[in-house]
Unconditional design. Structure first.
Length: 367
C-alpha cells in the first residue's frame, strides 16, 4: 500500500504499564511525494551537495579537513545532548584535560572515533542494524550511559523529557516493538522497489529513527551520524563531509519542534522541508569552510617558503602535519619532520614567532 505525503499518518499511541507509548507507522512502502516546494528544495539541496562533493574531490589530501569537520560535528552533535566541550578542547590530548571536564571530552572523543570507524566500515557494512549497534558500542564506551546496554537495542522503556515517565514529553515505542521497527527502517533504506530520492529517504529515516529511539541512550548522536554515512553509501558523497548537527543546534528548539510536529500533527511535509533546507545551507557552509582551510594552507605555505630560509623544508612538513594534528609538542614535531628534538624545538619557536603556532600550557617544559 502506498503512502501519500498529503494523507500520511505518523502512528498511534498504545497502552504500556500505566503510560501510553507512541507506535510509529511503518515506512518501508512506496511513497507519493508531489509537493512543489519540496521538489524545489530538493533540487537546491542536491545541487549544493553535488558541488560540495565535487569540491572535496579536488582537494589534494582530504585528511587535511576531515578531522576538523568530524571534530566540529562531534562537538555540535554532543552539545545538542548537553555536553559542553569546546572545539579547541576536543582537539587536546587526554593528558591535557582537567578531571572535571574529562567526561564531556570523552563523549566527544568517542563520537569522533565512532564516526571515523563507521566511515571506514561503510564499504563493508552497509547501513544496517549491525552498523548501528557497532557504532553505538564505541559511542557509549567508558562514559555516562556505559551501563545502558552499549551496542544493543533496548529491552526496557525509555522516555524523553521529565523526571519520570509520567511527566515525559514523549514516550517512544514499547521495547518489544523495537526490533521490528528497526528492521522496517533498515529495509526502507535499501528497498530498490521504492523510487524515492536518497535525500528524501534519509530525511524520513532520520525522523523514524529518532521516534523509535532504539537505544537506552545516545539515540540523537547515532541518528545524526547516520545521515552522512547514508549519503556516502548511496554515492552522493565520496567522503562523509556533510554534518547537520550545527544546523540543528543553531535552533535546537526548531529541530525538536519539527520532529515533534510529525508525531502530533502528521506534519512530515514540514520536517522534510526543514531537513532539505539544512542540507542546502550546510553544504554551502561546508564549501566555505573547505575553501577557508585551503586558502589558509596556501597562505601559510607561501610565508614559510619566502620567510623561513633553510628551514622552509621542515617548516612545510610540520605545517602539513598541523592540518591533521592541530596540537603538538616538541617530540611529535620532531617525529613529523624526521629531525632531532633540538631542531624541532627551534622550528616550533620560529613558527610561534610568526604566529603560526601558539604555546598554550604556560609551562617552560613539556610545552
Amino acid at each position: 500500500m502506498e503512502i501519500a505525503l498529503e494523507t500520511y499518518k505518523s502512528g498511534e499511541y498504545e497502552p504500556g504499564n500505566q503510560y501510553k507509548a507512541f507506535l510509529p507507522s511503518l515506512i518501508n512502502k512506496p511513497w507519493i511525494i508531489s509537493d512543489s516546494e519540496i521538489n524545489s528544495l530538493l533540487e537546491a539541496a542536491a545541487l549544493n551537495l553535488g558541488a560540495l562533493n565535487a569540491m572535496s574531490k579536488i582537494v589534494p589530501d582530504t585528511r587535511m579537513f576531515m578531522k576538523m569537520l568530524v571534530t566540529k560535528e562531534a562537538v555540535r552533535s554532543s552539545r545538542i545532548e548537553g555536553t559542553q566541550t569546546s572545539f579547541d578542547e576536543a582537539l587536546l590530548p587526554e593528558a591535557e584535560i582537567a578531571s572535571d571536564r574529562w567526561q564531556d571530552w570523552q563523549e566527544v572523543n568517542n563520537y569522533t572515533k565512532a564516526l571515523q570507524k563507521a566511515a571506514l566500515d561503510i564499504d563493508k557494512k552497509p547501513i544496517s542494524t549491525r552498523l548501528f549497534k557497532a557504532t553505538h558500542s564505541i559511542l557509549m564506551s567508558g562514559v555516562r550511559g556505559q551501563h545502558k546496554m552499549p551496542g544493543e537495542y533496548r529491552k526496557s522503556q525509555n522516555w524523553i523529557g521529565g523526571r519520570s515517565i509520567n511527566e515525559a514529553v514523549f514516550v517512544p515505542p514499547l521495547p518489544f516493538r523495537v526490533e521490528n521497527l528497526m528492521g522496517d527502517l533498515e529495509n526502507f533504506l535499501h528497498n530498490k522497489n521504492i523510487y524515492l530520492p536518497s535525500l528524501l529517504r534519509i530525511a524520513i529515516a532520520h525522523y523514524q529513527f529518532e521516534t523509535i529511539h532504539p537505544f537506552l541512550d545516545g539515540n540523537g548522536r547515532i541518528g545524526r551520524l547516520i545521515i552522512p554515512l547514508y549519503l556516502v553509501d548511496q554515492g552522493l558523497l565520496t567522503h562523509p563531509i556533510l554534518y547537520l548537527s550545527a544546523f540543528f543546534e543553531n535552533d535546537r528548539e526548531l529541530y525538536y519542534k519539527s520532529l515533534t510536529r510529525v508525531r502530533t500533527h502528521n506534519d512530515l511535509k514540514g520536517w522534510i522541508k526543514y531537513f532539505l533546507i539544512g542540507v542546502r545551507e550546510t553544504s554551502i557552509d561546508a564549501m566555505n569552510t573547505l575553501e577557508a582551510i585551503l586558502n589558509l594552507k596556501r597562505e601559510l605555505e607561501y610565508r614559510i617558503k619566502t620567510e623561513f630560509g633553510r628551514r622552509k623544508g621542515t617548516g612545510l612538513m610540520l605545517l602539513s602535519s598541523l592540518f591533521t594534528h592541530q596540537w603538538i609538542d616538541i617530540d611529535s614535531a620532531a617525529k613529523a619532520c624526521g629531525t632531532s628534538y633540538a631542531t624541532a624545538n627551534k622550528l616550533v619557536a620560529l613558527m610561534c614567532n610568526y604566529g603560526i603556532l601558539r604555546e598554550v600550557t604556560g609551562h617552560s617544559r613539556n610545552r
